[in-house]
Design a protein around this ligand. Structure first.
Ligand SMILES: Cc1cc2nc3c(=O)[nH]c(=O)nc-3n(C[C@H](O)[C@H](O)[C@H](O)COP(=O)(O)OP(=O)(O)OC[C@H]3O[C@@H](n4cnc5c(N)ncnc54)[C@H](O)[C@@H]3O)c2cc1C
Length: 390
C-alpha cells in the first residue's frame, strides 16, 4: 500500500489520541461548514462570520487554549492542529478564530479585571460576542511603539482619539481591544463598539483574505469609564505577548494551507495527462512534489516541537515563535506558488483552492510581524545587536 503522501515520516504517531480527536473535529467542521462555500465567500468578499463564530463556539474552538470562563482549556498542540485544519480550508476562517481567541480573548484573559473577564469572555468563547484587536495604525504597522492613538484622563474617565488600520473582525465586533499611548506608556482598553465616537468601516478591494472581515477603526473622543482599562497591561510588552500567542497559531495554520495545496496538486498530477502520461510521471514534477512534501513534514516537526515546548514550559520565547512563523509561512507561500504551476492554467482558477491559498498567504506573511521583522528578531538574538531602527 502506498504511504500517506502527506505523512511520509509517520508524524501522526507523535500525536496523542486526544490530539487526533480534536483535529478530526476541526477537520469535520472545516469540511462540512467551510469548504463547500468558501470559494463563493472569497469571490464575493464576504463570509458569515457571526454564524461561523457561533458554530466554532459550540464546538469549543474559540479561545480553546485558555482556561475558565467557558474556554476549553486544550493543549497548545491541540489548538495548533485546529488552526491547521481550519486554514487548510481558508486562512480567513482561521484568522477569525485566531483573532477571537489568541488576540482579543487572550488580552482580556491575561490583562483584564475579574469583572472584564466575566463580562466578555463567556460570550466570546460561545461565539455570541465577537472581538477584535486594534494595534496597527495607518502610519504605524511594524513599529507599534510609535503609535499615535492617545488615551487621556478626564476626571475618572479615559478619552481615546486616533485610528487603527487593517483590524480583523472590526466591522462586526462587539468589543474592541484597543492599544493607546497614555502619559504612563502604552495601555489597553476593552471598548464596547457601541460607545459613541467609535466607528469601524470595512476595508474594500482586498485581493487576499477575502473570506474575512477587515476594518479601519476611528476613535473620535471615545469616552470610557476608568474600568474599561485592562489593569494588567503595562507597556508595549502586553500587546506583543498577545502577538506571540497568535503567531503560534499561524505557525500551524500556514502549514494547513500548504498541505491543502500539495494534496490538490498531487491529485491533479495523478490524473492530468500531457505527452501521453500523467504529469506526476515526469521527473520534474516529482522533484517539485518531493521538495514540497519535505517542507510540509519539516514544518510540521517544527510546529510540533514548538507546541510541545509550549505545553511543557507554559510559554515560548519570542525568537522561537519568530523561527516558526518565518519558516512555515515562507515555505507555505512557496509551496502554494509551486503547486499553482502544476495545475497550469487551472491553477489560477477559483475552481481550485490553490490561488486562493496563495493570495491569502500574502496577508499571513505580512500580519503578526512581517518576515523581515521576524528575521530582525532572530538576528538580534544571534548578534545581540538591535537592527530595527536603522
Ligand atoms: C488582512 C490583514 C489583517 C490584519 N489584521 C490585523 C489585526 O487584527 N490587528 C492588528 O493590529 N493588525 C492587523 N493587521 C496589520 C498587520 O499586522 C500589519 O499590516 C503588519 O504589521 C505590517 O505593517 P504595515 O502594513 O504598516 O507595513 P510596514 O510596517 O509599513 O512595512 C512595510 C514593509 O517594510 C518592511 N519593514 C518595516 N520595518 C522594517 C525594518 N525595520 N527593517 C526592514 N524592513 C522593515 C516590512 O517588513 C514590510 O515588508 C492585518 C493586516 C492584514 C493585511
Amino acid at each position: 500500500m502506498a504511504a500517506d503522501p502527506l505523512d511520509l515520516l509517520d508524524l501522526d504517531s507523535l500525536l496523542s489520541d486526544e490530539e487526533r480527536d480534536i483535529r478530526a473535529l476541526a477537520r469535520r467542521v472545516a469540511d462540512d461548514r467551510v469548504r463547500p462555500s468558501v470559494a463563493d465567500w472569497y469571490e464575493n468578499g464576504t463570509a458569515p462570520v457571526r454564524d461561523l463564530a457561533l458554530e466554532f463556539g459550540k464546538l469549543g474552538l474559540l479561545g480553546m487554549h485558555l482556561t475558565g470562563y467557558g474556554c476549553t482549556g486544550a493543549s497548545a498542540v491541540a489548538y495548533g492542529l485546529t488552526c491547521m485544519e481550519l486554514e487548510a480550508a481558508d486562512s480567513g476562517v482561521r484568522s477569525l478564530v485566531s483573532v477571537q481567541g489568541s488576540l482579543a480573548m487572550f488580552a482580556i484573559w491575561s490583562f483584564g479585571s475579574a469583572e472584564q473577564k466575566r463580562r466578555w469572555l463567556p460570550g466570546m468563547a460561545a461565539g455570541e460576542l465577537i472581538g477584535c484587536f486594534g494595534l496597527t495604525e495607518p502610519d504605524h504597522g511594524s513599529d507599534p511603539a510609535n503609535m499615535s492613538t492617545r488615551a487621556r484622563r478626564d476626571g475618572d474617565d479615559w478619552v481615546l482619539n486616533g485610528g487603527k488600520m487593517w483590524i480583523t473582525n472590526a466591522p462586526l465586533a462587539d468589543v474592541a481591544v484597543i492599544w493607546a499611548r497614555t502619559d504612563e506608556g502604552v495601555a489597553g482598553f476593552a471598548v464596547p463598539t457601541d460607545t459613541p465616537g467609535f466607528s469601524a468601516r470595512e476595508i474594500k478591494h482586498k485581493m487576499s483574505l477575502r473570506a474575512s472581515s477587515t476594518g479601519e477603526i476611528s476613535l473620535d473622543d471615545v469616552r470610557l469609564p476608568a474600568d474599561a482599562q485592562l489593569p494588567g497591561a503595562r507597556g508595549l510588552k502586553a500587546p506583543l505577548s498577545c502577538l506571540t500567542e497568535a503567531r503560534f497559531g499561524i505557525i500551524w495554520g500556514s502549514l494547513g494551507a500548504a498541505r491543502d495545496c500539495l494534496q490538490v496538486a498531487l491529485d491533479y498530477a495523478s490524473t492530468r495527462e500531457q505527452f501521453g502520461r500523467p504529469l506526476g510521471g515526469f521527473q520534474l514534477t516529482q522533484a517539485k512534489l518531493a521538495d514540497m512534501a519535505l517542507e510540509v513534514q519539516k514544518g510540521f516537526l517544527l510546529a510540533l516541537h514548538l507546541g510541545r515546548l509550549r505545553d511543557s514550559a507554559g510559554s515560548l520565547r519570542p525568537e522561537q515563535v519568530s523561527i516558526g512563523k518565518l519558516n512555515n509561512v515562507r515555505e507555505a507561500i512557496k509551496i502554494a506558488r509551486q503547486c499553482r504551476t502544476i495545475l497550469g492554467g487551472n491553477g489560477i482558477s477559483g475552481e481550485y483552492p490553490i490561488m486562493r491559498h496563495a493570495n491569502n498567504l500574502e496577508s499571513v506573511l505580512t500580519y503578526e510581524g512581517t518576515s523581515e521583522i521576524h528575521q530582525l528578531v532572530i538576528g538580534q538574538k544571534l548578534t545581540g545587536l538591535n537592527a530595527f531602527a536603522n
